[in-house]
Write a protein that binds this ligand. Structure first.
Ligand SMILES: NC(=O)c1ccc[n+]([C@@H]2O[C@H](COP(=O)([O-])OP(=O)(O)OC[C@H]3O[C@@H](n4cnc5c(N)ncnc54)[C@H](O)[C@@H]3O)[C@@H](O)[C@H]2O)c1
Length: 388
């Protein structure tokens, strides 16, 4: 069995967890070298007995430690394009975390680059694509079990501790993370694009910051079992001390409405400070209704005119981070892709379209208007066909 020589750029919590999932799934690998000024993933790997390889001080230093069988990028979002540009010069497959890039301009630049040049393959960590429950949702929609999809209602609501982490971590700043929705739910909008089979035509959004603000700082900082609240996770790279007094400029709750080019309509509600966690997609089709509960990893389905009990499928593998086995499933997909050439479930183009969808939603919120997406897709298509 092959032992992969891996180079890492941005060895944070995420890449550490992906590496551990790869190990769970029987990968043999050695992290040969990493480029990261202060690897946040160090304690996670140390506890699991996984080495981090040689610490490199520059891109050329990392390049000199090659060749690698795989390069993995897990830096903050504003660095993805630069790190992808560099990683693509190393001549081996690249795994990069989502969102693939952070802005519209970066999306067009990357689309043009991928159209222009022969590059090594790029795999994006839109990990929900690998989840068995999501695969089942896609299968049922593709098979026509729901008839024609008419409308979707979706949510992602986070525990207060998770919200406080977002308010202290680098994700709190547009310059680094992009936006709350871009960092947190580009996954969901990637799947919605896939289910719709069409691109968004018009989007609207309202959102803001009214939880993690100085005005709310006086609230209790203790759970009713005595544990301290709002500071449980390490804030990591460029972290802020206090969730209520940081320089956060992204939203902490947001709603969005999307009308796809084929008439499918969707509403989305996200909140980063709730007592009842939820990540749920409610799909209403002409022939059937499906609810995917991604927190409990449970799917419920009933045909529209059926009178019996709804069909329920439990996918198990519940984990505290709500990834519910997704990382292991993605590790299996990546291994199969590299070893047998099986298609990876998501392409760089899918990832760019998901990101641009969320960017259009954020633009609608920022500009207080319904955004017509046609100019966005025209610019993207021009770039992706090499005419940008
Ligand atoms: N697919 C998922 O479900 C998922 C989950 C979490 C995070 N992510 C993504 O993974 C990426 C990393 O997130 P994270 O939670 O691990 O963040 P993190 O803060 O834990 O890790 C980021 C790492 O990047 C390093 N870094 C900063 N500047 C750097 C530079 N110039 N060069 C190299 N490294 C640098 C930091 O020191 C840190 O170790 C983000 O893009 C995030 O959106 C994806």
């Amino acid at each position: 069995m092959k032992t992969y020589r891996i180079g890492v750029i941005g060895l944070g919590q995420r890449i550490a967890h992906v590496l551990l999932a790869m190990r769970d799934e029987g990968w043999r690998f050695e992290v040969a070298a990493h480029l990261d000024p202060a690897p946040v993933g160090q304690p996670i790997l140390a506890e699991a007995g996984v080495g981090m390889g040689i610490a490199c001080g520059s891109e050329s230093d990392l390049a000199a430690k090659g060749p690698f069988d795989l390069v993995m990028i897990g830096s903050p979002n504003h660095l993805h394009l630069r790190h992808l540009d560099f990683a693509l010069t190393l001549g081996c497959p690249v795994f990069t975390e989502k969102p693939i890039v952070r802005t519209e301009a970066e999306s067009f630049e990357l689309a043009a680059k991928l159209a222009r040049t022969e590059t090594p393959p790029v795999f994006v960590g839109l990990v929900m694509r690998s989840m068995p429950i999501v695969r089942e949702v896609i299968r049922r929609v593709d098979e026509g079990q729901l008839g024609r999809l008419v409308s979707i209602d979706a949510t992602e609501h986070l525990h207060p501790e998770h919200g406080a982490y977002l308010a202290r971590n680098w994700r709190r700043r547009k310059d680094w993370g992009g936006s709350y929705l871009l960092d947190k739910v580009c996954h969901d909008f990637d799947i919605f694009n896939r289910l719709a089979g069409a691109r968004p035509a018009r989007v609207a959004s309202f959102g803001g910051r009214s939880i993690f603000t100085p005005e709310e700082a006086g609230r209790s900082r203790t759970y009713d079992d005595g544990r301290a609240a709002y500071a449980g996770y390490d804030a990591g790279w460029a972290g802020a001390n206090d969730a209520f007094h940081s320089d956060m400029d992204v939203t902490d709750h947001q709603t969005a409405m999307v009308e796809y080019g084929n008439g499918l309509r969707l509403s989305f509600h996200a909140n980063s400070h709730v007592a009842l966690q939820e990540r749920r997609w409610y799909l209403a089709g002409t022939q059937g209704t499906l609810v995917a509960d991604l927190v409990r990893n449970r799917l419920t389905f009933r045909r529209t005119l059926a009178t019996g009990r709804p069909e329920k499928m439990e996918f198990g593998h519940l984990t505290a981070d709500n990834h519910n086995g997704a990382d292991q499933a993605m590790a299996r997909d990546l291994k199969a892709t590299l070893e047998t050439g099986a298609p990876f479930p998501v392409t760089p183009a899918d990832s760019l379209l998901a990101g641009l969808t969320v960017m259009a939603i954020d633009r609608a919120m920022d500009e207080g208007r319904v955004v017509d997406c046609a100019p966005l897709w025209a610019a993207y298509d021009a770039a992706a066909s090499g005419n940008g």
